[in-house]
Design a protein around this ligand. Structure first.
Ligand code: ADP
Ligand code: MG
Length: 690
């Protein structure tokens, strides 16, 4: 390519993975600036995602010290001014800026204490001669990096080489969507879309190009996932659990202390159907905190036992494993079933006994932690493996559990971190997927309110009244050590102030944080569980799933520092007993708009899925659930937090296409088939359960 010598070539390969012209054409702009529109500073408003402004600079100054040093300068036009701020690269920026010259500034305005500012704007001296692509109204912006910039590949440099390719293609890009879809839905051709995505004539054609390319991307992913699922169903044999025997039926008839919810029944039916087919079940079960997943898993395990198999359930922490063990034992009380618990702290003698009984098949249900995946653990005939709190276990770890088995056992993975449907569809499109979307009846919804720090005395008063009624209280802090840059209240300060306001011996206060010794943690936790202390001051180390039914108040300090799913998990620690429960969110006055939205969401709803949707919108998918590593969300143009409709449509069309042409062997689908092959080669590590 003209304009791309060896230096640029190697940086394109190494930094962006661009090896071919096609790769280059699929390096899309992340935004466009309408260079015909310049706002006056007085017009800046909160709902503007980005603005382009023009003005002169004044009052350049360096503020703050140490890690909070920042550079501040005012941009002034005829009527108003706005602050521009840099937290990094200060020296470089400072040297570049000149008073008295006109600048074009581009960035995202934020409102703080009633005034607008723009952090790290793009700023450029007005110089009409330097404009590279002057006749282009919508200027594309490409992601670049320091390394790329040093080789002349800043956004404009990238635009230039892409422009030289785009201007040369003329009927060269082969259509890769099935022609029938193009006709039916009036999609732009591939070539027209690629041209328009880089250098759109106007907003309308840009919109059409985006629609086409988003569809293309999601459609291929769905096709690939669906084909993988097809393959798994065809190839992977599973045990057939044909019998519903006396354990399942006996439990259902005699032991069940309450009626199953409709949602639980539905999932039990789905699991039963799976396990009867002769194919291996690979099912993800989602259900909010307290929705009763354990019981559903237990019914599945009884089915395994009825068919002469063993079952196990693996939990991420010792406390959780113990709780499962206790509750499963009480559910199965009086039934002739051999259950045991294996964790890191199981004594050697007991451990040997468990190993032997597992091998002989005498032990039917094993509950445990990571200890279950040790090499010495061998089952006689493992039929169902249940994994609780899925996100804490890696794929490889899980696979270890059954690598020694003849056939793969059925697998049920449970998670209480609600994943929005769109995300689940993308991440787990090749798995079976169940949801318990209903809580058992009679649960009182937790009342949530937001307080500012100055209302602390009110909050303490409320805590006192609840404790007087016999309840217990959690107070949770985001950090252990005071951080220099962030004005966070230190856990220990908080503990001392609570001890001052809740003096001994009338009140007893526990403290728990990650830096404590395991034995001390256990001691403090036990005191709280037994009701010997009324208040538990802690960091987020209080475990997911820990069950203290008598604790009815959750106070979350600096709540604005927590993410939504974490707030939701913490709130789930209360509301486990018969009493009305409360969650009090404490925050300072200084709230970002995201922070405000998070707290409002928590006050407005207790629905984990609704919260997950908001979370996805606020944070974007990359941050959530450690999904970055999976590579599956490494999307070029679609955004699953915003493109739910296109995703659903793409999935629908993919299903239809595979019904007509399961192997994509028809001539008209040849290019689609090639595209999917390519995609498959580039995504080796897609998430899978077993
Ligand atoms: P999670 O889905 O968070 O793991 P659990 O399985 O721990 O929830 O169930 C929470 C509580 O609800 C347990 O005490 C359990 O016995 C109870 N429970 C489960 N199903 C029902 C139901 N259908 N009706 C009433 N209580 C139920
Ligand atoms: Mg649970």
């Amino acid at each position: 390519m003209k304009g791309v010598g060896p230096a640029k070539e190697s940086i394109l390969v190494n930094e962006l993975g661009i090896r071919t012209l096609e790769d280059l054409l699929y390096y899309f702009p992340f935004r466009y600036v309408d260079r015909s529109k310049i706002y006056s500073i007085g017009e800046v408003a909160e709902e503007m995602p980005f603005v382009q402004l023009k003005g002169k600079l004044s009052n350049l100054q360096t503020l703050g010290t140490g890690s909070s040093t920042r550079l501040s300068v005012q941009l002034i036009d005829d009527a108003a001014q706005i602050e521009l701020i840099w937290f990094a690269g200060i020296k470089w920026v400072r040297e570049k800026l000149v008073y008295g010259k006109e600048y074009i500034v581009f960035g995202r305005p934020t409102l703080f204490n009633g005034r607008y500012s723009i952090s790290h704007p793009e700023i450029e001296m007005v110089d009409p001669d330097k404009e590279v692509l002057t006749n282009i109204k919508l200027q594309p912006f490409y992601n670049s990096s320091e390394k790329l910039k040093r080789k002349g590949l800043d956004s404009k440099g990238i635009a230039k080489i892409i422009h030289s390719v785009v201007s040369r293609i003329n009927g060269d890009l082969i259509e890769n969507l099935p022609p029938i879809l193009i006709h039916q839905y009036n999609f732009l051709s591939r070539e027209a879309a690629i041209k328009a995505i880089h250098f759109p004539e106007d907003l309308l054609v840009l919109e059409n190009a985006r629609k086409r390319l988003k569809f293309e991307e999601l459609f291929f992913i769905q096709l690939l996932l669906l084909k993988q699922k097809q393959l798994r169903i065809e190839k992977v044999q599973g045990y057939v659990f044909s019998k519903v025997g006396h354990l399942f039926n006996g439990f259902y008839a005699n032991q069940l202390p309450f009626l199953l919810t409709e949602a639980q029944k539905k999932v039990v039916r789905e699991i039963r159907a799976d396990m009867a087919t002769g194919k291996q079940m690979n099912r993800l079960l989602q259900g909010d905190v307290g929705s009763g997943k354990t019981l559903v898993a237990l019914l599945g395990m009884l089915l395994a036992l009825d068919n002469g198999f063993q079952a196990c359930i693996m939990a991420p922490t010792e406390i959780l494993a113990q709780q499962h063990f206790v509750s499963i034992n009480s559910f199965l009380h009086g039934m002739d079933i051999k259950i045991d618990l294996l964790t890191g702290s199981t004594k050697t003698k007991k451990r040997r006994e468990i190993h032997a009984e597992l091998m002989s098949g005498a032990l039917q249900i094993l509950v445990g932690t990571h200890a279950l995946i040790e090499d010495s653990v061998r089952f006689n005939k493992l039929g169902l493996a249940v994994i609780d709190e899925q996100h804490r276990f890696g794929v490889a770890q899980r696979a270890k559990l059954w690598k020694k088995e003849l056939l793969l056992p059925h697998v049920l993975v449970m998670t209480a971190t609600p994943i929005p449907r769109t995300l689940a569809m993308t991440l787990y499109g090749d798995l079976d997927y169940s949801v318990i979307d209903e809580l058992p009846p009679g649960r009182k919804s937790i009342k949530t309110s937001h307080f500012y720090d100055k209302d602390r005395l009110k909050v303490f008063g409320f805590m006192r009244r609840q404790i007087a009624e016999g309840r217990q209280v959690y107070v949770v802090y985001p950090l252990i050590k005071e951080s220099e840059s962030l004005d966070l209240k230190d856990l220990e300060d908080g503990y001392e102030s609570i001890v001052r306001d809740f003096p001994r011996p009338k009140y007893q206060v526990s403290i728990l944080h990650g830096k404590m010794k395991a034995a001390d943690k256990e001691f403090e936790m036990k005191r709280f569980v037994k009701g010997e202390t009324q208040i538990m001051v802690s960091t987020t180390v209080i475990e997911v799933g820990v069950n203290v039914a008598n604790a009815s108040v959750m106070v979350i300090e600096n709540a604005e520092r927590f993410g939504l799913s974490q707030l939701h998990q913490l709130r789930g620690r209360v509301g486990r007993g018969a009493d009305q429960s409360f969650c009090l969110l404490m925050s300072s006055y200084k709230l970002t708009s995201d922070g405000k939205k998070r707290l409002q969401t928590m006050v407005q709803t207790t629905d984990g899925f609704e919260i997950a949707e908001v979370d996805l919108k606020l944070r974007g998918p990359g941050d959530m659930y450690g999904t970055q590593q999976s590579g599956i969300l490494d999307l070029k143009i679609a955004d699953i937090s915003k493109d739910e409709k296109i995703l659903k449509f793409a999935r629908e069309k993919a299903i239809q296409l595979l019904e007509i042409d399961p192997n994509l062997s028809l001539a008209e689908n040849r290019q689609t088939s090639i595209a999917i092959q390519k995609l498959q080669n580039s995504k080796q590590n897609w998430i899978e359960i077993s």
